[in-house]
Design a protein around this ligand. Sequence first.
Ligand code: F6P
Length: 323
Amino acid sequence: LKHIGVLTSGGDAPGMNAAIRSVVRTCTHHGIEVTGFYEGYQGVIDDNAETLDARAVAHIINRGGTMLRSARCAEFRTREGRQKAYDNLKKRGIEGLVVIGGDGSFTGASLLSDEFDIPVIGIPGTIDNDIYGTDFTIGFDTALNTVVDAVDRIRDTATSHNRLFFIEVMGRDSGFIALNAGIAVGATNILIPEESTELDEVITKLKTGRENGKTSSIVLVAEGEKMGDALFMAEETKKHLPDYDIRVSVLGHMQRGGNPTCADRVLATRLGVAAVEQLMAGHSSVMCGVRNGSVCTVSIHDAISRKPGIDRNLMHIAEIVSL
Ligand code: F6P
């Protein structure tokens, strides 16, 4: 193996830079050339790229975002787009591609390698933690800590004013952020797409809390919650609890930024090394992940076609402690 490409695709996540650095430095260690493509698959289609050496990735391990920038590329969803991308890879003499991103990015990777016989390895990078085959995705730990810090601040003001807050966190299709952060911030209710909750249950819980002496409450709502968003939930609740002083806070994209935590930097570094080693071993269409503390691989097909289940035990724990 003499030359590989690397790109970041889909929503960015803190720790993507640490993964790029790890891929580049592992290649340098083994005498392999690396080309970094800008803005995901668009950069491969447009041949917007440059060679990355060990110094090009200096001082990025601590930075959020991605130095290669990221995009969701509609053209790559077409066969013509992928043909252009393949032609550019061939022209540069690239023998394998490392794709850092989420399931949409892996779908593209899988098609490229099936159609054009170019080895592709995935590294899971998304704050949502919604990828099958890994216990943690890069960026999840950082996003959780960001959410916990933000909600702690909101709790200060919620307590001072005896208020009920509906706080919306990211997770278009998944409740991993809401569930884990919800436990960490002591939320009264955690509403996630994987679990169907009725408004009645939320209201009963809030009433019981007040009867038990609670003067303020936090309800954490995942963006993908099926009943509706945080604003809708707050408006509906107000109809049933008119004497509650209710506020809404949508945390938004601040959850995607910031310096990666130690855990995300270490995870990204481990997966970067593993991805290059997979290419060196002649493997393709696999994603590198971490299971029970050890680096593992899973077929890209499984990573995109299966969904990780929410931890029911964690749901139960959240229920027990949110009296
Ligand atoms: O990174 C995943 C995610 O955070 C989702 O939870 C969210 O719905 C989405 O990104 C929003 O991203 P964008 O604004 O880039 O479309």
